[in-house]
Design a protein. Structure first.
Length: 258
């Protein structure tokens, strides 16, 4: 490859990175507007399935695209045409939409059981703290390490999963999304435990996801310690946790978003 070709390739990669980050920034703007006035505490009502699906998809674009940018750029480096790169990114986000709908169904199923002991004044704060601490412990598992390795290793992913064309791009995006769900599903569960409508906690979880994807592998261990400590803090002294909107003592199924 000539020097000129290398320079053009580098310029194209920088442009694609800028496009991905601009899309994430736009999604953050939409999320801020969409979440204005919402109940930011744990157990907030999730709204109708259509409203939730749209909001969740925009949230995932805001939170996950920065961490996924290196893989999107790696795909774009090899692919021919912006349409296939867009298909790869869209399929990646669709996997997160599917994961969000599974979470929605699970939470609504629990809410329908009218379990009064999940009121914040009873066992709710311990349940929330337990979910957060579990996410920290999951960081130390082989499943987490394996999925994180596949999310980080762009060269191996491209070698193992490469398929040409738009259909191939969709399949590759779904595959990469699947690995990233395996890597980060517990962190997303933490977001529900802290307040899925909270912009502050969204930003924190997004930073943790990006840190373990983009920094040294030891970042995974740091995230584990942070989550276990945060889980204990939420369970034992929720009123002292900065940015945590402590709900009332009503059961989770009665809590409404603002």
């Amino acid at each position: 490859m000539t020097v000129t070709a290398v320079r053009r390739s580098g310029l194209a990669e920088r442009r694609l990175t800028a496009v991905v980050l601009a899309a994430a920034a736009a999604a953050w703007g939409l999320t801020v507007n969409r979440m204005a006035g919402m109940d930011a505490g744990p157990g907030t009502a999730l709204g109708g399935v259509g409203w939730f699906a749209t909001s969740w998809l925009v949230m995932m674009a805001a939170m996950m695209l920065p961490a996924a940018a290196p893989m999107v750029v790696a795909y774009g480096r090899r692919a021919v045409g912006a349409d296939t790169t867009g298909a790869f990114a869209a399929a990646y986000l669709l996997t997160w939409l599917a994961a969000g709908l599974v979470g929605y169904a699970a939470i609504e199923a629990v809410r329908s059981l009218n379990l009064g002991f999940l009121g914040w004044g009873s066992g709710g704060r311990y349940a929330a703290g337990g979910v957060i601490a579990f996410a920290g412990l999951y960081q130390l598992t082989a499943a987490k390490a394996g999925c994180l390795r596949r999310c980080r290793d762009r060269r191996s992913f491209m070698h193992e999963h490469w398929q040409p064309g738009r259909v191939g791009a969709l399949r590759m995006g779904l595959a990469h999304g699947g690995y990233c769900i395996g890597c980060s599903w517990a962190l997303m569960a933490t977001l529900f435990a802290l307040g899925v409508m909270s912009l502050t906690w969204m930003a924190m979880i997004a930073v943790l996801i990006a840190a373990e994807r983009l920094l040294d592998r030891r970042a995974r261990l740091v995230v584990a310690v942070v989550l276990v400590a945060l889980g204990a803090w939420v369970a034992l002294a929720p009123g002292e946790v900065p940015a945590l909107t402590v709900p009332g003592s009503q059961p989770m199924h009665e809590m409404q978003r603002g």
